[in-house]
Ligand binder design. Structure first.
Ligand code: G3P
Ligand code: MG
Length: 244
């Protein structure tokens, strides 16, 4: 059984999501991959933050696209989660790649263009991946098929995946039409049939966000290619149980 475990926004159950402590913890518990979300600042710097606004996960307010990177550097992205993480800053994609390339980690960079279609995000992010020579172990994903279409046209060196949160009649055609090579589906869409259909087409199927043990075990039993989880430590423990 070889379901790959991606830490969703890092080990985001035990550290503030998308921050260095969350990624370091994910690595230290043995996650094979890291998932993260990218938005663009006013001056086109890719930064790791899930929401379009700063309000939930930092001490700032308003849209990321209305702030420069320099302004974001002054914010705290850890104190909202727990006092001990006070002083944690928002990461740029460049800082994240500089750190992760030192280790044999797989990376899933999600382009957050489902609400705001950041212009040129595809080429900006690709330039970063190429500069760090991380093409072969990076997956680019998005909920927005147009983003995937644009990214896939720029390069075939980086795998692309389409995210799916709703039941649709023909998910595999939806993926293929976007130019993506893999399907990243919400757990509620997971069926044995979907696993079989993806396998027949040689399309990797990765499932988000899987935190509860029975769900983790079901993904392992069905043979999903990967899961995204906020609790990589627990997913690894269950993987060891499953293997024995
Ligand atoms: O990439 C999987 C998952 O992160 C997609 O949803 O909202 O957690 O970014 P979200
Ligand atoms: Mg995400």
């Amino acid at each position: 059984m070889n379901t790959t475990i991606f830490a969703h926004r890092g080990a985001s159950k035990i550290a503030p999501e998308n921050t260095m402590p969350a990624f370091k913890l994910a690595k230290s518990v043995g996650a094979e991959g890291l998932e993260t979300d990218v938005q663009l600042t006013k001056d086109n710097v890719p930064v790791l933050i899930h929401d379009e606004t700063l309000n939930r996960t930092t001490n700032g307010n308003g849209y990321i696209k209305n702030h420069t990177y320099e302004q974001l550097q002054r914010l705290d992205a850890g104190a909202w989660f727990a006092e001990k993480f006070q002083g944690t800053s928002i990461l740029s994609l460049d800082q994240f790649l500089t750190w992760s390339k030192k280790f044999p980690l797989l990376l899933n960079i999600e382009l957050k263009t489902n609400i705001i279609e950041y212009e040129h995000i595809e080429s900006i992010v690709l330039e970063h991946i190429q500069r760090h020579s991380l093409q072969s172990r990076t997956i680019i994903s998005s909920f927005n098929p147009s983003t995937i279409k644009r990214f896939s046209k720029l390069t075939s060196e980086v795998e692309t995946a389409l995210l799916l949160s709703q039941r649709i009649r023909d998910p595999l055609s939806y993926v293929k039409n976007s130019g993506a090579k893999a399907l990243h589906a919400k757990y509620s869409l997971l069926t044995r049939r979907l696993v079989e259909d993806c396998r027949k087409e040689n399309m990797p199927l990765r499932i988000y966000t899987v935190n509860r043990p029975p769900r983790i075990m079901r993904c392992y039993k069905l043979g999903c290619d990967a899961i995204f989880t906020d609790v990589p430590h627990s997913a690894i423990e269950y993987q060891q149980l499953f293997d024995h």
